[in-house]
Write a protein that binds this ligand. Structure first.
Ligand code: SF4
Length: 680
């Protein structure tokens, strides 16, 4: 029992973007217990994922030796054989099709150091900017919107600001289930008297507590947020000092947004005009007001633009640049902020620095010319595979096939790849369907490094147990492959700390975040030198280089994914409390007993109309595919709408989702799919 445990190792939870600190104990090389740390991030709390979902680490089907697929069968091979095979195939592809026929995908399961090395490998060893990460399918729209309007593509506040806020605006986010430790803090703040506005199609736990719940129809965020902005202007709820000093484009914006008066758009948004006005009044008067948003904002045709309409509200009301006021994407995976921030992005280098600005500095540091061609993002890579222009994909810590929208299109495209390298703990769906080589990776319990959480804290992960058998940390694997490709220079680090020290020389906002400091202090970047205290709240003074932030005039563009007589119900997809993303880890833990399957959530009214009973299996059909799910009748969803989680590979909910993507950064529209349902 835990009473016999003597040694506990402090590390960071691998699951959501809260980044809770926890103490982990081991016996006989296995993780045996997890307990919460009393740390500023989580103050002695963990949720059911962080606390109990650790047994995946020792699951019997963990792959612990490299494998090659020969004649359709997986065969265990040595690391030498696997690396020689990959190096040979990559050389052939570069010689025949050029380096831009290869794509590399980092992920939130890898450390900052590993994501840094992955993008360096793509750019230096392969010679391509085709590098991306799983942020592409979640919060890249947030990063793009925040960077475009405010200059930094990250959350503006720290979690401690929840206690400073007098009002909280939650948009398309369900922290009770997906960021539970922050969800509990928000709930406590509301119970202590903070006002709460929730914008969400579903009546989540926090929506039930809200002063105003705007149950927006999926796909109608842009007109709704424009209507909130129109209300702020019409009812004179503006912060004139803030507008005068720090905002531009007000007159044009006011003329533009007048077209979106609540009374004009409330009907199509599925909410009451009076509720839009009530929400705007709370947000602009109960100051400071802090906003959190999630994938209900970003995974749309107008995901990036939707976040921009949200930022407009902060600029108009002056809810920015102070404790308890700002715009905060809640990141779905702990290190998803870090994977993109380290440079796993086709257009930016480490620190989200544009290639055209920072390129020469990186070339000097890395001793090479950067690739001259534009890189492809993940979705562009999939399209290029479909068209025969991408030949090889290397993905680590990320089940690309299961996660992408529209399974049929993903299958067609990925089947054309000549080489698919999967680096993971388990034979995930990508490996099973398309894998050529499987490289067994170390889990976060088995390696050193850092993660970056939603509120810009860089925190350590530490090895609790050694990797099993022949599994290696991602950074070892990248370095070994670089050496095989005659590129040892720049890939011969002895440990993650040495990699991090190189990151700090290239990322001005992270220069002060030494391992020594983050062992002692909880620091938020920007932290430009070793004496800098870190920056819990962004934009306190001015925007970069004294610029003003321009209000964004965003016209509403409806999604083509609409309901009709044949497909009369609107499905949104998302996650649940007990499980995490593709379920790769959490379904291999006792949490599987707490929730054993994805479900199709349907309102009692729709279920009665269709004659369906709770628990029975139903076929769900979209224009793009079909799957079968157990029905769960719940009044959390509105009549005419449905919700399904996507954790279970065999249920493959992305058979249903469409090819619609964000207009700016290509994030799939997971939140709007027209379907019909029948008894199975
Ligand atoms: Fe892990 Fe997030 Fe739960 Fe904290 S709230 S224990 S980081 S899953």
């Amino acid at each position: 029992g835990p009473e016999a445990i003597e040694y506990w190792t402090r590390t960071t939870c691998v699951y959501c973007g809260v980044g809770c600190q926890m103490d982990v104990s081991s016996r006989d090389g296995k993780v045996v217990a997890v307990r919460p740390a009393n740390h500023p991030t989580n103050r002695g709390h963990l949720c059911v994922k962080g606390r109990y979902a650790f047994e995946f680490n020792h699951a019997p089907d963990r792959i612990t030796t490299p494998m090659l697929r020969r004649n359709g069968e997986w065969q265990a091979v040595s690391w030498d054989d696997a690396l020689d095979f990959i190096a040979g195939r990559l050389r052939d592809i570069v010689a025949r099709d050029g380096p831009d026929a290869i794509g590399v995908l980092g992920s939130a399961r890898a450390s900052n150091e590993e994501n840094y090395l992955a993008q360096k490998f793509a750019r230096v060893v392969l010679g391509t900017n085709n590098v991306d990460c799983c942020a592409r399918v979640c919060h890249t729209p947030s990063a793009k919107a925040l960077k475009t309007m405010l200059g930094t593509g990250a959350a503006t506040n720290c979690f401690d600001d929840i206690e400073h806020a007098h009002a909280l605006l939650l948009c398309g986010v369900n922290p009770t289930e997906n960021h539970p430790v922050v969800g509990a803090r928000i709930k406590q703040a509301v119970l202590r008297g903070a006002k709460l506005v929730v914008v969400d199609p579903r009546c989540t736990e926090l929506a039930q507590l809200a002063d105003v719940h705007l149950a927006v129809k999926p796909g109608y965020n842009v007109p709704l947020f424009n209507a909130l902005a129109a209300t702020l202007i019409e009812e004179d709820l503006l912060d004139y000092a803030f507008l005068t000093e720090r905002v531009s484009g007000f007159d044009d914006f006011a003329a533009f947004v007048a077209e979106y008066a609540p009374e004009r758009v409330a009907g199509e948004c599925g909410v009451a005009a009076a509720d839009i006005r009530a929400a705007a009044r709370i947000y602009a008067t109960a100051k400071p007001a802090m906003c959190f948003h999630g994938l209900g904002m970003t995974e749309h045709l107008q995901g990036t633009e939707g976040v921009m309409t949200l930022i407009n509200l902060a600029l108009l009301s002056g809810n920015l640049g102070k404790p308890g006021a700002g715009i905060n994407p809640l990141r779905g995976q702990n290190n998803v902020q870090g994977s993109a921030q380290m440079g796993c992005d086709p257009a930016t280098l480490t620190g989200s620095q544009l290639i055209k600005d920072a390129g020469p500095r990186f070339e000097a540091a890395w001793g090479c010319k950067l690739p001259a061609t534009h890189g492809m993002d993940l979705l562009q890579m999939i399209d290029a595979a479909r068209d025969g222009n991408l030949k090889a994909l290397w993905a680590f810590g990320y089940d690309v096939y299961l996660s992408l929208a529209n399974e049929a299109a993903s299958r067609t495209a990925m089947a054309k790849l000549d080489l698919v390298i999967v680096q993971d703990l388990f034979l995930n769906e990508t490996a099973c369907a398309f894998g050529t080589v499987f490289l067994p990776a170390a889990s976060f319990f088995e390696k050193e490094g850092t993660f970056m959480n939603s509120d810009r804290r860089v925190q350590r992960i530490r090895a609790v147990v050694p990797p099993p058998s022949d599994a290696w940390p991602d950074w070892w694997i990248i370095q070994a492959l670089a050496a095989r490709l005659d590129h040892p220079q720049g890939f011969c680090f002895d440990n993650p700390r040495a990699i991090w020290d190189e990151v700090r020389t290239l990322w001005p906002d992270g220069a002060g975040l030494s391992y020594e400091r983050i062992e002692r202090e909880s620091l938020h970047w920007p932290c430009p030198d070793e004496h800098h205290p870190g920056t819990p709240v962004l934009h306190r003074e001015r925007f970069s280089a004294g610029k003003t932030a321009a209000l964004a005039c965003i016209d509403f563009v409806p999604t083509p994914e609409t309901i009709d007589d044949d497909y009369p119900l609107l499905l949104t997809t998302g996650r649940t409390l007990y499980h995490f993303n593709a379920g790769t880890m959490s379904y291999r833990t006792p949490n599987a007993a707490l929730r054993s399957s994805d479900t199709l959530d349907m309102s009692p009214g729709d279920a009665a109309r269709l004659g369906l009973a709770d628990g029975e299996p139903v076929h769900v059909h979209s224009r793009h595919g079909m799957t079968t799910l157990p029905l769960r009748i719940t009044d959390v969803v509105r009549t005419g709408q449905l919700f399904a989680s996507f954790h279970r590979p065999e249920l493959f909910v992305n058979r249903l989702t469409s090819l619609v993507r964000d207009r700016q950064v290509h994030t799939p529209e997971y939140k709007v799919t027209a379907v019909w349902v029948e008894r199975a």
